[in-house]
Design a protein around this ligand. Structure first.
Ligand SMILES: [Zn+2]
Ligand SMILES: [Zn+2]
Length: 348
């Protein structure tokens, strides 16, 4: 089969690999659609280390090709997705509700395209299939559910971890795919005033259509000033960080009310420092929560339920389409953020 393989920093290359052997608890899924994540770009650049020779990708949509001998409740030919996070469903962390930290290790639930071969390939092996395979409802097309495994789950997770209540005022910093999903999630959670911040005009336009009440281009306005003025100095109840930089983290704190929640989704590198004035010297009753993409089949079922009900439609996030054969070109476009790209759909 063909698979996109991490060869060395700067090189993810399409190579031939054997179709994986199916263990008792696994399922072999033939990929019909997948996508590239910002995290894959960190892998490509060598900023996030994975083993050389690993197949990358953690957002699978496909059809069950083969089931392990211990897997029941599914049939070959069934359309399924699996989350980017594929928890075992059995360990202390999983049973404690922290599936993303499966095995008690930070990010332990993230296996696809991290510690085992991922899904930018013709086939992928889904581990612990009975905890992870989520059948796609007949009414939903592949492209409609492509955001579920990671982007939608992570973005919604930011809104959920923030504990947004009906009537809340929320700010979302960065409107990339995950930030846009956080905006949708905030709306669905009951936020009635949502500020969204980005530097790209096309992202702010989509942000408006997906639920932002006031878009702010940080290139034209000072987001903290705008948000504090608009809330009469009160600040927001929940600030969602969706990029992973010092600036966005700090801006979240600067617009957060005392007692508010900073819900952080970004992947940080280097060092994150705390501005003590905005942090009220540690006495502001602020809560800072972090979330790694929730996974597992029940999470996927819920997300697809949101789409099937028509409460959210994320198809506008898919801006470009490629064949698996063209994945190196897709990486080039996505990594360099050309042509207004948000998410690319890749079909083997
Ligand atoms: Zn991802
Ligand atoms: Zn587990």
């Amino acid at each position: 089969m063909k698979a996109a393989v991490f060869v060395e920093p700067g090189r993810i290359v399409l190579q031939e690999k054997p179709i994986p052997k199916v263990g008792p608890r696994d399922a072999l899924v033939r990929i019909t659609l997948t996508t590239i994540c910002g995290t894959d770009v960190h892998i490509l650049k060598g900023e996030y280390p994975v083993a050389r020779g690993l197949t990358v990708g953690h957002e699978p949509v496909g059809v069950i090709e083969k089931l392990g001998s211990a897997v029941s409740g599914y049939r070959v030919g069934q359309r399924v997705i699996a989350g980017a996070i594929t928890p075992c469903g059995q360990c202390h962390s999983c049973l404690d509700g922290h599936q993303a930290q499966c095995g008690g290790k930070p990010m332990g639930g993230w296996r696809l395209g991290n510690t085992i071969d991922g899904c930018q390939a013709e086939y992928v092996l889904i581990p612990d299939a009975m905890a992870n395979l989520a059948p796609i409802p007949d009414g939903l097309m592949d492209e409609q559910v492509l955001m579920c495994p990671d982007i939608m789950s992570t973005g919604f997770g930011g809104a959920e971890s923030g504990g947004i209540r009906i009537g809340d005022t929320v700010a979302v910093f960065a409107q990339g795919p995950i930030g846009l999903c956080a905006t949708v999630g905030a709306r669905l959670s009951g936020a009635t005033r949502i500020f969204t911040v980005d530097g790209l005009a096309e992202r702010l336009t989509i942000s408006s259509t997906l639920g932002s009440d006031r878009t702010i281009s940080f290139k034209k306005e000072d987001p903290a000033r705008v948000i504090l003025d608009a809330t009469h100095g009160r600040g927001v109840d929940v600030a969602i960080e969706a990029l992973g930089t010092q600036t966005t983290f700090e801006s979240c704190l600067r617009v957060l009310k005392p007692g508010g929640v900073l819900s952080s989704l970004g992947v940080y590198s280097g060092k994150l420092t705390m501005p003590l004035d905005a942090f009220a010297a540690g006495l502001g009753d602020h809560k800072i929560v972090t979330t790694l993409c929730p996974g597992g089949k029940e999470r996927m079922r819920r997300l697809m339920n949101v789409l099937e009900s028509g409460r959210a439609d994320l198809r506008s996030l898919v801006t470009h389409r490629f064949k698996l054969d063209q994945i190196e070109a897709a990486y080039d476009l996505f990594a360099n953020q050309r042509d207004g790209v948000l998410k690319v759909a890749i079909a083997p």
